[in-house]
Every structure is written in structure tokens, then in C-alpha cells.
Design a protein around this ligand. Structure first.
Ligand SMILES: [Zn+2]
Length: 349
């Protein structure tokens, strides 16, 4: 068994979540008190988070917990961070790890959960806006082509910041992206930084939120200097504006519910997306879609037999490894002694 600082943090977060009555409804008597606590926790989880200041070039100090280190900033301030040497041994940074492939997961979308909760930041993991400016070109389809991220204008040479703590997976010139950096974070999220004039990091480097990882530019398929920024999970992109308000530079959620429907290229962030009612309606549609998929799969699993001369129900049952009674149950009006008409189609599975 591998014990690991971020693992234990995530486990603690998981236990905390597991106690949340909005996930596991509690008995009515306790509900009123619970709902107040949940409301305040939910408010906390959804409160906007400003960027942390950039001062991450200082020394680090060990603490009594090998999983946690203190980073000392030149200005005398400090903050705790996870021990990168331990983090690197986490399977998250070993499995599906590829320093070239944009999507190393290659998962069919049907294998993704309908929704997934991510702690975006916690007491040991901070956030910094990668490039604070109004979005110039949004996520989604444009001229029939899917745009997997947002475009954020800047001047060539401007600093580009790591949005969260994480490990550099890609730092390379990659087709349309030009000079591309991909960071993988401890919650499994990946962030992409494209069209850079220069990368300042190497694959395997551990970076902190707010660290300058590259300089803005216009390399690759680009018509002018801008940062192309993506957020991906399991290889699937979703609108980064669901997570970050680029204009103010703030993070929208500490705890973020990522929904499978967000991976649709037409699913752009709109302000009302954070409304409970809109979320509930979307979830209801997801449930309906899942039910339709289940019915379709069931229909695809059905087997039919066309009666030919000489067929008997027991013979058919034997052929399809089932029983006469089971076949009768699948076909209304069919009884073990019914005369079989040649050409009739009966369901056998
Ligand atoms: Zn772009």
C-alpha cells in the first residue's frame, strides 16, 4: 500500500464529502441543522478565490510530516506545500503519462462518470490566474471547428502562470499548439498553455500555482500573440470559464462538479449554469439520456428467431440455451402448446 500526502488529503476530503447530507440524505430530524451546515460549506466551496500572489522562488523547509514542506518566500512570507518528491511517486503521475501525446487516456466517453467532484484547491494547493484578461475567443465550435479552450490575448514575452500546483507532462512544439505546456494536477485535471514563445519548464518538473512556466507568443496555428488555455479531464476538454473568471482572475469554485455533458463542444459556460435549478434540470436530462442508452443497449441485446418448418418450442429453446417458459414470457400470447406458424418471428432473448 502506498501512503501519500495528497492521497491522505484527498481521502480526508472524501470523508468530509461522504458526511455531507446533500449527497447522502439524512433522517428528517437532523435535516434542518444539517442543511444550514451544508449551505455554509457549499457557499465556501463556491466562493470565488482570488489569485495567490506570485512569490514562489524561495527555499523550502522540511516539517515533521514528510508529506508537507514549507516554502519560504523572499519577502518573508511562507506557506505549506506538498512534498513534490513524494507526489512524484503517486500513480496519477505514472499511469497514462506521456510527454508527447495530447490525450494519453484515449477513453471512450461512455466510460466517464455522469458527474465527478473535484477539489480544485485546498489548504495545500493554491490557484493563480494563468493570464488575467477578458476572453477573446471562447470555447466551443467556431467556423465548424471545435475550439478546445479559450484564447487570452497578451504581448509576446508576457509571463504565463501555472494555474495550480502540478507536474509538467508536456513541454514541446506540438502541431497547431506551437510551443505547448501541459500540467497535470493532483485532482487529475490537466491544464494546457499553447502558442508560447518560450517554455521555462521540462517534463517531470514540479511547479507551483503562480510560477511563471513560459512566455506568451504566437507559435503554431495562431494569427497573433495570445495564450490558448485548456482545461481537460481524462483527455476531454471543457470550457475553462466554468472554472475561472478570466476577466477578474478569480477561481469560481473550490469544489467543482464536473459533468459529462460539459465535454460537449456546444456546452459553453453561461452565468446561469451555477444556478441550482439549471443544474438540477441538466442532471434530470442526463438521467433520461442514460435511461435511453440503457434501453437501447437492452434492445441491441435482444435476439429473435423466425419459425421454420419443423421448429418446436423445445428445439428453439435448446438452440438458444434458454427454456420454453422463458421464451413464452418474452412473447405475449405464446404458450408451450401454441401451434407455431412458419414465418412468425418470436423473441428468444
Ligand atoms: Zn485557441
Amino acid at each position: 500500500m502506498r501512503t501519500h500526502p495528497s492521497g491522505s488529503i484527498l481521502l480526508r476530503a472524501g470523508i468530509l464529502l461522504g458526511m455531507l447530507p446533500f449527497l447522502f440524505p439524512s433522517p428528517a430530524a437532523a435535516q434542518e441543522a444539517d442543511s444550514a451546515a451544508v449551505a455554509s460549506l457549499r457557499d465556501f466551496a463556491r466562493a470565488p478565490v482570488p489569485s495567490c500572489p506570485v512569490n514562489l522562488t524561495g527555499d523550502t523547509l522540511d516539517t515533521a510530516d514528510p508529506g508537507i514542506r514549507i516554502i519560504l518566500n523572499p519577502d518573508g512570507t511562507w506557506r505549506p506545500i506538498r512534498n513534490p518528491e513524494l507526489i512524484q511517486k503517486d500513480s496519477l503521475f505514472i499511469r497514462n503519462w506521456d510527454t508527447r501525446a495530447v490525450d494519453p487516456y484515449r477513453l471512450p466517453e461512455s466510460q466517464l462518470p455522469q458527474q465527478w467532484q473535484l477539489w480544485v484547491i485546498d489548504s495545500l494547493g493554491q490557484y493563480h490566474c494563468p493570464n488575467q484578461v477578458a476572453v477573446y475567443s471562447p470555447y466551443g465550435y467556431r467556423h465548424g471547428r471545435r475550439h478546445q479552450g479559450v484564447d487570452l490575448p497578451l504581448k509576446t514575452g508576457d509571463p504565463v502562470y501555472a494555474a495550480f500546483d502540478g507536474m509538467v507532462r508536456i513541454s514541446a512544439y506540438t502541431g497547431g499548439y506551437g510551443n505547448l505546456i501541459v500540467l497535470r494536477h493532483e485532482n487529475g485535471l490537466e491544464t494546457f498553455y499553447g502558442h508560447l514563445s518560450q517554455s521555462l519548464v521540462q517534463p517531470g518538473d514540479w511547479v507551483s500555482a503562480g510560477q511563471v512556466i513560459g512566455l506568451g507568443g504566437s507559435t503554431g496555428r495562431s494569427t497573433g500573440p495570445h495564450l490558448h488555455f485548456e482545461t481537460r479531464w481524462q483527455g476531454y476538454s471543457f470550457d475553462p470559464q466554468r472554472l475561472i473568471d478570466f476577466k477578474t482572475g478569480t477561481l469560481r469554485h473550490r469544489l467543482f462538479t464536473l459533468r459529462r455533458r460539459y465535454f460537449d463542444g456546444n456546452s459553453k459556460y453561461v452565468q446561469s449554469d451555477d444556478d441550482e435549478e439549471v443544474i438540477a434540470k441538466g442532471d434530470e436530462e442526463d438521467r433520461k439520456k442514460a435511461e435511453e442508452e440503457r434501453k437501447k443497449a437492452e434492445a441491441a441485446a435482444q435476439k429473435w428467431h423466425t419459425i421454420r418448418s419443423g421448429d418446436t418450442l423445445s428445439g428453439i429453446a435448446h438452440k438458444y440455451h434458454t427454456s420454453v417458459n422463458a421464451i413464452c414470457r418474452l412473447n405475449s400470447g405464446l404458450k408451450p402448446n401454441t401451434t407455431l406458424k412458419i414465418g412468425r418471428k418470436i423473441r428468444v432473448r
